[in-house]
Design a protein around this ligand. Structure first.
Ligand code: SF4
Ligand code: SF4
Length: 284
């Protein structure tokens, strides 16, 4: 059973009233990915404030130990999230971890992020595990645009590229969102705003994901790196325009902290993730 949405809105550090000062721990248990976003640059390090970066990857059976440790340092920890460093559904580790976490910490909100490639296939499992808040990254709903952002997908043992890959990805994202949202799970969508690529497409994405059942929308400014290193980062004005356009269709969330895959603490306030995962903090 999932935690009710009223509690999630009140207690989750990202969905609750802005600056509710609640904490979350990200468990970096999901190493692999099944798509290739051109801007992605996953790395093992201890300090870069970039999504997909982590100080280490841990095993599902280690997760509860790290949560116990985090509870000593983050007094108002309400949420356990898994956001990488790869995709949470590309390997079984994230769902296995949530099953273990639910047994020992049933009252902590379970928050998961995915690229959605396998969400249509695994929606029943996601619902059954009791994910309370699911974030799906949907960068485009037009396959021609998605093909400019994502180079290829690895799906059911085959590699697809270009528009064909984009069509499969978008179909699975939207059908997956539909199934999970219908079960009552709170679904948020993230879009990475890539100037010159999808910045004129935000209204279509927002309207389409809202129709599919998402209720919160978060626009993440591109960090120009890897294949997109020569693209400009969105300006504050460009981001504000995109948020305003999306806001016509869906509730827009504006305080994303670009969290690392091993973030532990209060988003935007403090982070002790690297210290906890690198065992620099001793617990009584
Ligand atoms: Fe969940 Fe994203 Fe907030 Fe982490 S940053 S707790 S994955 S919504
Ligand atoms: Fe990187 Fe996430 Fe895209 Fe996978 S889905 S390639 S981990 S940004």
């Amino acid at each position: 059973m999932a935690i009710d949405q009223e509690t999630v809105f009140r207690e989750h550090p990202c969905f609750g009233a802005c600056k509710n000062r609640k904490g979350r721990i990200h468990l970096p248990v999901a190493p692999g990915c099944n798509i290739e976003c051109r801007f992605c640059d996953r790395r093992i390090n201890e300090d870069a404030q970039v999504p997909g970066n982590t100080s280490k990857v841990i095993k599902p059976e280690e997760a509860c130990g790290y949560i116990r440790k985090a509870l000593e340092f983050v007094p108002d920890l309400t949420t356990v999230g898994i956001a990488g460093p790869g995709d949470t559904l590309a390997t079984p580790f994230a769902l296995d971890t949530f099953r273990l976490v639910k047994k020992e910490f049933p009252n902590l909100i379970r928050c998961m992020s995915t690229n959605g490639l396998l969400l249509n296939d695994k929606a029943d499992e996601v619902i059954d595990v009791g994910i309370d808040t699911l974030t799906v990254t949907v960068n485009a709903v037009d396959p021609e645009i998605e093909a400019m952002i994502n180079a290829r997908i690895f799906y059911h043992g085959k590699t697809y590229t270009g528009v064909e890959a984009a069509e499969i990805l978008i179909h699975n994202q939207l059908e997956g969102i539909r199934k999970v949202a219908k079960s009552g799970t709170l679904v948020k969508v993230n879009t990475v705003l890539c100037p010159g690529i999808n910045d004129n497409h935000i209204e279509d994405v927002a309207a389409t994901v809202r129709e599919a059942g998402a209720i919160i929308y978060n626009i993440i400014p591109l960090i120009p790196q890897n294949g997109f290193k020569d693209l400009p980062a969105p300006t504050p004005k460009g981001l504000a325009i995109a948020q305003e356009q999306a806001g016509v269709f869906i509730n827009v969330f504006k305080h994303c902290a670009h969290c690392r895959a091993d973030a532990v603490g209060v988003p935007g306030v403090y982070d002790v993730g690297s210290q906890i995962y690198m065992d620099r903090i001793r617990v009584k």
